[in-house]
Design a protein around this ligand. Structure first.
Ligand code: FES
Length: 105
């Protein structure tokens, strides 16, 4: 299924923002222009919000502020401990200024 998340203009460049859509908690990252990535907002180590963590626009990671695991925006895999499980990544696109997410049923 495809869902509207937000307007692209709602996202500042080089930031992450949380959106709750259809029971999912998503960390939506805008790198530049209309380059957007979406991963699960909930850290795989404990229930902390990745969108409140630090974004690395070169490494393409989002770092959990609680214990420092950095997750790849491309694969969801943690790049360092203590997290050992990936967070889910979502297919996304920007269409007519609207950020969309694709969710498996
Ligand atoms: S809660 Fe995210 S690394 Fe521990």
């Amino acid at each position: 299924m495809e869902y509207d998340v937000c307007l692209l203009e709602d996202l500042e460049v080089a930031t992450a923002k949380r959106f709750d859509i259809e029971g999912l908690r998503l960390a939506v990252v805008r790198l530049q222009d209309d380059q957007v990535h979406i991963v699960d907002d909930r850290c795989s180590h404990a229930d902390y919000s990745l969108s409140e963590g630090e974004l690395d626009t070169k490494e393409l990671t989002l770092e959990c502020w609680k214990h420092g695991s950095a997750f790849s925006l491309l694969t969801g895999e943690p790049q360092c401990f203590p997290a050992t499980k990936a967070v889910k990544t979502y297919e996304t696109k920007v269409q007519d200024g609207v950020v969309k997410v694709f969710v498996d049923e």
